[in-house]
Write a protein that binds this ligand. Structure first.
Ligand code: PAF
Length: 254
């Protein structure tokens, strides 16, 4: 596995990569089985699979949230090696934002709702870094999980708006055996919170089976001990964001 830590090195590898398609999985690091499923799919559908690990400061509106975010780089590299990743890109923030983040991508509608309303500037940070990474990597396909459904739709919109030559591949959410959607943030839950967290998916799934309205679903989540940020229906999915202590959890069901 090639480890590339700077933009010039990445561009050299890209220019020399030869024939065959490239699949790309962007990550914030602290990898889990959900990331691995994206990597496996990228490997199976392309000649090579490239991953980035970049804890993107621009998408964290709350500095405390960034400081708290788990970091497991050595373990991540071992996992990627074991999974047959061909190249991992580990850029530094100073290089990615060599313009001081003066230039950024702003979407003016969906990005202001739901996650965007709760985390001002979050999607500017996500869309800006995804654009930069896609321009650097020039992958044929890029793999995004459906757990971050709003992000996925915004990234699809970005590719469409800027005529990018990459196909965005939607990948299903991976869940723990008790139903909790896999997320790097799950590591931040206390044992008591971790025991309560699967109720998010359970209540969401039940709310569809019982045809509850979003407001009734929010009430059911509150009864399970969550501080509910939103429950909303969008494009055939029910999306929710809740808080357990200091940890924000999101999930959605089709
Ligand atoms: O979903 C994530 O992990 C991040 O938002 C992404 C797409 C890697 C951009 O930093």
């Amino acid at each position: 596995m090639m480890i590339v830590a700077d933009v010039a090195g990445l561009v050299d590898h890209r220019r020399a990569r030869g024939a065959g398609a490239t699949g790309f999985v962007p990550t914030l690091g602290t990898l889990h089985a959900g990331h691995l499923s994206l990597l496996r799919r990228a490997k199976s559908e392309n000649a090579r699979a490239w991953v980035s690990i970049f804890l993107n400061p621009a998408q964290f509106s709350d500095p405390a949230d960034l400081a708290r975010y788990p970091r497991t780089l050595e373990r991540d590299l071992d996992i990627l090696r074991g999974a047959g990743c061909d190249l991992v890109f580990l850029p530094r923030a100073e290089e990615i934002y060599r313009d001081g983040y003066r230039y950024r991508v702003t979407e003016n509608s969906l990005s202001l709702q739901l996650e965007g309303a709760a985390r001002p500037g979050h999607f500017d940070g996500v869309l800006t870094v995804v654009l930069k990474l896609l321009l650097l990597m020039r992958p044929d396909r890029a793999y995004f999980g459906e757990k971050d459904f709003q992000q996925l739709e915004l990234v699809e919109g970005l590719v469409h708006a800027f005529f990018l030559d990459t196909r965005i591949v939607r990948c299903p959410t991976l869940r723990e055996p008790d139903g909790l959607a896999m997320s790097s943030r799950n590591r931040l839950l206390t044992p008591a919170e971790r025991a309560r967290a699967p109720a998010l998916h359970r209540v969401l799934a039940r709310s569809l089976a019982e045809r509850l309205a979003p407001a009734e679903t929010a009430d059911a989540l509150a009864r399970e001990g969550f501080e509910v940020d939103y429950v909303a229906d969008r494009d055939g999915r029910r999306l929710a964001a809740v808080r357990l202590g200091n940890v924000r959890l999101i999930d959605n069901v089709e």
